[in-house]
Design a protein around this ligand. Structure first.
Ligand code: 13P
Length: 247
């Protein structure tokens, strides 16, 4: 058994990169790795209509309808043609007050309607300084339905968007250590099949080292995903590495 690498482009609040929707762009999934794009809500329709992109939403509301001005339900996202949804990205947690328990509700709602959730977890620099990175991700995981088919994205908050120049960059060893810890916390029968992506300044220069780690099954990429050339190089590296064997 093996895990298919997943390379995801989180475009955040940016338009699709030039040429992304044209056939042959690096954002199209053509075998392995699986490639998924996460555009803004405004761009979802064009990306889905392209017919060739695998598309996910950057967030969604667990309730099916109601008085939630400005929100879009996870059920609607599924009906609209999304295949994935990000749950609990650190920018949602920080800017929109999303709690661990609320993120778990999103994951449950996604599973219920058949939308694949990618749940983002990860510690802040302050957690790491206090040596609380493991207890933080352990709690974030503890509220999730991990017996189900979910994808985890480990994103150390301090390493996102190029990191903070005052802090050391996350190394492949740092990431592997946390990924292996996260895998050890999954139910036994889910440890093999569950994909754990890394997010935090993945770029062509560090992608091979990161993606070669035993427990890193892909990337959730922000900045470098906005540059088709850089993103294409990362996809190529993943293609060369092939499938990840389940131990
Ligand atoms: P960067 O790749 O820009 O660090 O962003 C990571 C991220 O937040 C992806 O969701």
């Amino acid at each position: 058994m093996s895990r298919r690498l997943l390379i995801a482009a989180n475009w955040k609040m940016n338009p699709p990169p030039q040429g992304a929707l044209q056939s042959g762009s690096p954002y199209f999934s053509s075998g392995d790795p699986e490639v998924v794009v996460f555009p803004t809500f405004i761009d979802l329709q064009n990306c889905i209509r392209s017919g060739q992109l695998i598309v996910g939403a950057q967030c969604g509301r667990p309730e099916q309808n109601g008085a939630f001005t400005g929100d879009v339900s996870i059920k609607l996202l599924k009906e609209f043609g999304c295949s994935y949804v990000l749950c609990g990205h650190s920018e949602r947690r920080e800017n929109h007050g999303e709690t661990d328990e609320y993120v778990a509700e999103q994951v449950a709602a996604a599973l219920e309607v058949g939308l694949h959730p990618i749940v983002c977890i990860g510690e802040t620099w302050d957690d790491r300084k206090k040596k609380k990175e493991k207890s933080k991700v352990k709690y974030q995981l503890s509220v999730l339905p991990l017996e189900s088919d979910v994808t985890i994205a480990y994103e150390p908050v301090w390493a996102i968007s190029g990191g903070d120049p005052d802090k050391p960059a996350a190394t492949a060893e740092d990431a592997q250590q946390m990924h292996s810890f996260i895998r050890s916390l999954l139910p036994k029968d889910r440890q093999g099949p569950t994909r754990i992506l890394y997010g935090g300044s993945m770029k062509p220069e560090n992608a091979r080292e990161l993606l070669s780690q035993e427990d890193i099954d892909g990337g959730l990429i922000g900045g470098a995903s906005l540059d088709p050339k850089k993103f294409g190089e990362i996809v190529k590296i993943a293609e060369e590495l092939g499938l990840k064997q389940q131990l």
